[in-house]
Design a protein around this ligand. Structure first.
Ligand code: TXE
Length: 475
């Protein structure tokens, strides 16, 4: 079988979800630009119908109780595992990420792992006061219907991050996948629906207008959103109308600080993947690197060595671990930022221009040395295979640089002395700061941003609380 041919399992999944021949919108393979299939184009009326069904199904789902819902989440995880390879191939085509490396197969593994971890997480009622006179307890109940609006970079994993806790707490969920990657999300939902009761989880494939309606709908009680800050602001505005509670993960521009005394070769692999996981199209990827001048050249050289050994190409080829940009819009952003950096005198260490020989949306790993704060490539989120590397001599300046932007999702500090690194970490304005790594997430460790990166926590017990409403039982 050639790489390009759909496997029978892939074809069967695609046929379950795609629009009939001659209808829908064509979705292209991000790497080869060949047509993969036809996304259904659902309307605001279809969405309204889906929300009505989800609302009707919610009380029955909540009434099943935690144990039964958790059992069903475990069965959904098994169902995903059973189709993981077909889903990974479809994801690889649609999103562009390779099967191997921390990419498509990894993403499918994370989906079932997150479902299982969420099924196992327990949110117990809390006794607040019990002094003989007063007995008050804090309980957590379902909110109602959750609208889940997702991006195109980790479309399946982020959908699961929204779906799993919502279902676990007794909510029903309407998912609006990104218009760039609807097919793989709809396919995963259809696999989960092999075991879930009807209308508990519904996917609606539509454009931005459908997303806007989902956020504003009077019967949507909670919106989980991962995407751009601009869209996040619109969702906040529409929540003034329906009072939907919000969890907003709006990306960032994560800084890493490499302290003096760090061994460049020892951290190069982890730095590289911290920046270039999913070819840089990751919300909490390392997007600006501040390196002490005593080791600056060695860090740049060590990163260059890793970059040159790391294969990029069509995702279905088993050799590749880096892929294309997912869409033209993102490709144009990356191109513009690199050209601007060159024009401002930054030094291209590797990459620096598109790689049309690999395909239309390929841009090579691009390391930019002698970058400075104020350059667009430093100040704006590139969301692609580009890393500007800024030299510093006083760590106070590096901390100030890390904190000077209006976003704060993640950050990292790299150094030989953990206590020293933790002191610097405590001063970084971001939701997470990693020490000697960047971007790793864990289903039991809450994740969320500050400043323009949004608000609300996902994962673990805190994640369950954020898709529940508190109720005090007093007496
Ligand atoms: O995001 P959008 P896009 C960043 C990245 C990228 C930029 C734009 O920098 O260049 O965002 O990407 C739906 N009400 N991130 O265009 O527009 C839309 O249909 C409700 C960071 O993909 O925010 C899609 O399903 N929903 C990010 C989803 O919102 C609306 C990951 C995201 O679209 C809507 C991806 C509206 N008014 C991109 N308008 C991260 N946090 O990791 C659109 N949508």
């Amino acid at each position: 079988m050639s790489e390009a041919a759909l496997s029978p399992d892939e074809a069967a999944l695609l046929d379950r979800v795609q629009a009939p021949e001659g209808q829908g919108r064509e979705i292209l393979d991000a790497a080869t630009r060949e047509v993969i299939g036809r996304a259904p184009v659902q309307t605001v009326a279809d969405l309204d119908d889906a929300i009505a069904r989800a609302k009707a199904a919610q009380p029955g789902w909540e009434a099943l109780g935690h144990q039964k819902r958790s059992d069903l989440l475990l069965q959904a995880a098994d169902a995903i595992d059973a189709r993981a390879e077909a889903l990974a191939r479809l994801l690889s085509r649609e999103q562009g990420k390779p099967l191997n490396g921390p990419n498509a197969r990894f993403e499918l593994g994370a989906c079932s792992a997150w479902l299982r971890a969420t099924a196992a997480t327990v949110l117990e009622p809390e006794v607040l006061v019990d002094d003989g006179e007063t007995h008050a307890e804090l309980h957590y109940k379902a909110i109602g219907v959750v609208g889940a609006i997702g991006p195109w970079n980790w479309p399946l994993m982020i959908a699961i991050w929204q779906i799993a806790p919502s279902l676990r707490m007794g909510n029903t969920v309407v998912v609006k996948p990104s218009e760039y990657t609807p097919l793989s999300v709809l396919a995963m939902i259809s696999v989960m629906n092999e075991v879930l009761p009807p209308d508990v989880l519904i996917g609606v494939s539509g454009d931005r207008e459908v997303g806007a309606r989902l956020a504003a709908h009077p019967d949507v009680d909670k919106v989980m959103f991962t995407g751009s800050t601009a869209t996040g602001r619109k969702i906040i505005e529409s929540s003034a109308g329906n009072l939907a509670r919000l969890t907003l993960e709006l990306g960032g521009n994560d800084a890493g600080i490499v302290l003096p005394g760090t061994d460049p070769k020892a951290i190069a692999q982890d730095l590289f993947w911290g920046a270039f996981i999913n070819t840089g199209q990751t919300c909490a990827a390392l997007k600006r690197l501040y390196v002490h001048d005593s080791i600056y050249d060695d860090v740049v050289d060590a990163l260059k060595e890793v970059a040159e050994q790391t294969p990029m190409g069509v995702g279905l080829s088993e050799d590749n671990v880096l892929g294309p940009l997912q869409n033209t819009q993102q490709f144009d952003i990356v191109n513009r930022l690199v050209d601007d950096a060159k024009a401002r005198g930054a030094r291209i260490v590797t990459g620096g221009a598109p790689a049309p020989e690999l395909g239309e949306l390929f841009y090579p790993i691009t390391l930019i040395a002698d970058a400075t704060d104020g350059m667009a490539v430093v100040d704006e989120e590139q969301f692609g295979p580009v890393l500007p590397i800024v030299k510093y001599s006083d760590v106070e300046d590096a901390i100030a640089s890390a904190n000077r932007l209006d976003v704060g999702l993640g950050g990292s500090v790299w150094g030989p002395d953990r206590d020293e690194a933790r002191k610097v970490a405590a001063r970084i304005q971001s939701g997470t700061v990693w020490i000697n790594s960047h971007g790793g997430v864990h289903p039991m460790i809450p994740f969320g941003g500050v400043k323009g990166s949004g608000y609300g926590l996902e994962f673990g017990v805190e994640g369950l609380k954020s898709v529940a409403v508190p109720q005090i039982i007093n007496g």
